[in-house]
Design a binder for this molecule. Structure first.
Ligand code: HEC
Length: 103
């Protein structure tokens, strides 16, 4: 019985790992295809991903404010990064991804 439980726990761990992987890859891919055009090089004053100084004051505004900017746009930043097909949850995940590389 104990062995069976261990097997079940191991199976659960494997399933969670494989379920999370494609998502992270998809987020990174969407960032690369949609957002990196401006955010990789810092085009038009976009905060460059990886540039901690550029992100610090933005991160200080709090995530909800950054999510709102990503969804609705701000100044030269187009709504949804110019990709209307992106869902709010995807945009939030990409913002988290960008912040994660810039803090
Ligand atoms: C056409 C260029 C462009 C693209 C594409 C773009 N951005 Fe931006 N982004 C900008 C600019 C410019 C700013 C700075 C706006 C400002 O002056 O505060 C910005 C700012 C931001 C900010 C900070 C907003 C704030 O309130 O401080 C976030 C978050 C962001 N972009 C997320 C994204 C995400 C996510 C994507 C892809 C889905 C994306 N951007 C695609 C140009 C772009």
């Amino acid at each position: 019985m104990k062995k069976l439980l261990m097997l079940a726990a191991m199976l659960a761990a494997v399933t969670t790992a494989t379920a999370a992987a494609p998502d992270a890859a998809k987020i990174e891919k969407t960032y690369t295809t949609t957002c990196a055009a401006c955010h990789a090089a810092g085009i038009m004053g976009a905060p460059k991903v990886g540039d901690k100084a550029a992100w610090k004051p933005r991160i200080a505004k709090g995530k909800p404010a950054l999510y709102a900017s990503a969804i609705s746009g701000v100044k030269m930043m187009p709504p949804r990064g110019g990709n209307p097909g992106l869902k709010d949850d995807e945009l939030k995940a990409i913002v988290d991804y960008m912040i994660g590389k810039s803090n």
